[in-house]
Design a protein around this ligand. Structure first.
Ligand code: DSN
Length: 435
């Protein structure tokens, strides 16, 4: 492959890392990425992310830093990122505030919990939060017992109903029983629309704050293809590197008009990020986040979001034709959770075979999974990255055929044959900046 991305200094200074970087570049070019949480950031986002802003320390917030030298560019960049974040989701600056400093989604969530919840063992009694079970599609940081969220805070967990949809009746029952301070909605492996309005009604009825973690669907919301959480929620967190197609990072939105004690929840969350959780923000990431938010505000992004969903739907419907069971029977968004039990293979083996066939996915637990997470009975597939490469419904039909072919006949020869075909297709659809 002809090298489109140049790293002359890295090659000179550290050939070992330069070589590994090229290997990763090659991998990203030649494999088809169906990991639902991954994407290709644009060259402009990547340039901003490797800028000189990495050299600056700026603990604090714009206009209130602990280090001099932020006023030239670092403050304006952070202010721009904050404003662009609000604009992207159509939010009024007088009602909503945005924080762009959390290093990633887990930190964003921890900062919110740390700011608003009394932890386990607190002298004045612990607060309760509700979150979705990991094995039903929730995220580790929504209260799973091995994550900080479940270890430090008292979470009660809700799941899915028998059809594979969020069990709103269970959310209501848990809210009634535990009177939570916070309800967390949003998921990592859920293929249906999240009914933020329904969550909002439950939260209001039980005087709980409502937080939506939209890490997976932020780009779909920005692109107008998933209902917005903002009319119903008090806090919204997201990563910036999934459907939003930015650098690794996170955003937190919180209302400025809701008080919690003396302060607003936005003020508390800002303090929860810094100094509560982190020191200096990663300014080069803030710069790259600002670029990604500008890109996501462009009209082309709306059409990208539509294509992501159309591709997911096509892939899903074609997989069903090949006999795959999809949790909840289909998808409304960018991903699908495939139950592999009809093929008597576990997620670990299936994802390995697919990888050998040039298709990258992750194994994933399915609801009430009989297997441990290290094996899992499912795989999760998502279309954000292949859509960024320009692939469309014709390619999705082809991938359904290859996925079935690889799982149905995982012989070395067959996997190699599929891999060569995948490579030929990938060559026609280079990721942005790899051309
Ligand atoms: N690990 C991410 C995902 O794959 O969904 C969430 O943090």
């Amino acid at each position: 492959m002809k090298r489109a991305i140049k790293y002359p200094n890295l090659e000179k200074t550290d050939p070992e890392i330069a070589e590994l970087n090229l290997l990763e570049e090659d991998r990203q070019f030649w494999y088809a990425d169906f990991i639902a949480s991954e994407n290709y950031a644009s060259p402009a986002v990547r340039e901003a992310g490797s800028s000189v802003a990495t050299n600056k320390y700026s603990e604090g917030y714009p206009g209130a830093r602990y280090y001099k030298g932020s006023d030239a560019a670092i403050d304006p960049v952070e202010i721009l990122a904050q404003k662009r974040a609000l604009k992207l989701f159509g939010l009024d600056e007088n009602i909503w505030g945005s924080n762009v400093q959390a290093a990633s989604g887990s930190e964003a969530n921890l900062a919110v919990y740390g700011a608003l919840l009394k932890a386990k063992g607190h002298a004045n009694g612990e607060d309760t939060a509700l979150g979705m079970r990991l094995d039903f599609g929730g995220h580790l940081t929504h209260g799973f017992h091995v994550s900080f969220s479940g270890k430090l805070f008292h979470f009660e967990q809700y799941g899915l109903d028998e059809k594979g949809y969020i069990n709103y009746a269970e959310v209501e029952q848990l809210a009634e029983k535990f009177k939570p301070k916070l309800i967390v909605c949003g998921a990592s492996a859920y293929s249906r629309v999240v009914d933020f309005e329904k969550f909002g009604k439950i939260a209001k009825k039980h005087s709980a704050l409502l937080m939506a973690d939209i890490a997976h669907i932020a780009g779909l919301i920005a692109g107008g293809t998933h209902p917005s959480p903002f009319p119903h929620c008090d806090i919204v967190t997201t990563t910036t590197h999934k459907t939003l197609r930015g650098p690794r990072g996170a955003l937190i939105f919180a209302r400025k008009d809701i008080k919690h004690g003396e302060k607003t929840i936005f003020q508390l969350i800002n303090s929860g990020v810094f100094p509560g959780l982190q020191g200096g923000p990663h300014n080069q990431q803030t710069m790259a986040i600002a670029v990604c938010l500008r890109e996501a505000n462009a009209p082309q992004f709306r059409s990208y979001a539509k294509k992501v969903i159309k591709n997911a739907n096509t892939l899903c419907e074609n997989l069903k034709k090949y006999g795959f069971d999809i949790i909840s029977g289909g998808t409304d968004n960018h991903l699908m959770l495939v139950d592999l039990r009809p093929f008597t293979v576990n997620g670990e083996d299936a994802s390995e075979w697919l990888h050998q066939a040039g298709i990258v996915v992750n194994k994933n637990a399915i609801p009430n999974d009989p297997l441990p997470p290290q094996k899992a009975s499912g795989i999760r597939l998502g279309t954000p990255a292949v859509t960024t490469r320009g692939m469309g419904v014709t390619e999705m039909r082809q991938f359904a055929k290859w996925i079935h072919g690889a799982i149905n006949n995982p012989s070395e020869e067959n996997l190699k044959r599929i891999k060569n075909q995948v490579k030929a297709l990938c060559k026609k659809f280079p990721p942005p900046g790899f051309e």
